[in-house]
Design a protein around this ligand. Structure first.
Ligand code: FAD
Length: 265
């Protein structure tokens, strides 16, 4: 069971905003409490806490807890979502997140579309789901655009020569990003083209045909809930047990509202 009491809330603000691809906006935070931020794992993620709708000031401080959130009157409650730390530059006290600008948007992606330098935010975290056993001989990384920040950071952090396969579903070729790594990586991009995210499952189709290497393997994944549930079941059938997989439902297509989130963590 994760110990949430160790997780803190960092008050900071937007330093810069950059469109990385047509669908992905990179928000750089700096200043405030960020100098105290410490990395815990390559897939580390934070909950982005924003002012309530229609407000410009935060209604939370460093003492934020989810118990406190539940007691706040509805109009005072922050809105937000989980985002992965795309890069943390400790020396500069800067932290980037990459936000997918999906439609329909929600509070968090809508905010990212409008974000300006100086906008205040709070970051609750960091947390992690990436826990490869020490004897891991190969990695399998799967997901959609929402997992791309974690896949990029995991690939960058892998040991020299580690065998890795990444299977990544994106809207089209314009959504591909460079993924530098010291690993022996085979990166497979899958394009939805005109199909709707979360409604098509190119990742699972690709996994069905994928030959897994011999040796001790570890699979990490993030993406739409049904994609992750199906991928997890497939990998179980292929011999990867609970300790060898960490697949997390990152978001939910409205038609999958009733699906259970079959977590590894
Ligand atoms: C551990 C973790 C790490 C994550 N890291 C990232 C990250 O680095 N970058 C990132 O962009 N997302 C990431 N996500 C996913 C992000 O938290 C969700 O996409 C979240 O729903 C966005 O909140 P929102 O307020 O914009 O939309 P919501 O209010 O949650 O949803 C509004 C509508 O948008 C739809 N929707 C939500 N997300 C998507 C999507 N990606 N594509 C298409 N439709 C969508 C919903 O089905 C709903 O209809 C992560 C999630 C988790 C759990």
């Amino acid at each position: 069971m994760e110990d949430y009491t160790q997780i803190r809330t960092f008050l900071t603000s937007v330093r810069a905003v950059r469109q990385v691809t047509p669908l992905v906006r990179r928000i750089t935070f700096a200043g405030g409490d960020l100098g105290a931020f410490r990395c815990i794992a390559p897939d580390q993620f934070v909950y982005l806490l924003l002012p309530p709708p229609g407000r410009t000031a935060l209604t939370v401080d460093q003492g934020f807890t989810w118990a406190q959130y539940r007691q706040m009157p509805e109009p005072e409650r922050p809105v937000g979502a989980y985002y992965t730390v795309r890069e943390h530059r400790a020396g500069a006290g800067e932290l980037d997140i990459d936000v997918v600008l999906h439609e329909p948007s929600g509070h968090a992606s809508g905010w990212a579309g409008r974000a300006q330098p100086g906008d205040p935010v709070a970051l609750w975290g960091p947390r992690t789901a990436y826990a490869p056993p020490a004897d891991t001989e190969w990695h399998l990384l799967v997901g959609d655009e929402t997992a791309l920040p974690a896949i990029a950071a995991i690939l960058r952090a892998l040991p020299l020569g580690m065998r890795a396969t990444a299977v990544i579903e994106v809207a089209n070729a314009q959504e591909e990003q460079p993924l530098p790594t010291p690993a022996e990586a085979d990166v497979r991009w899958l394009h939805r083209n005109d199909a709707e995210a979360g409604h098509i499952n190119l990742v699972v189709e690709a996994l069905e045909d994928l030959a897994l290497p011999s040796g001790v393997g570890y699979a990490w994944g993030g993406g739409e809930v049904k994609m992750m549930n199906l991928a997890r079941r497939l990998l179980r059938q292929r011999g990867l047990d609970r300790a060898s997989t960490s697949l997390v439902g990152y978001w939910r297509h409205p038609q999958h509202a009733d699906l259970p989130d079959e977590r590894d963590i």
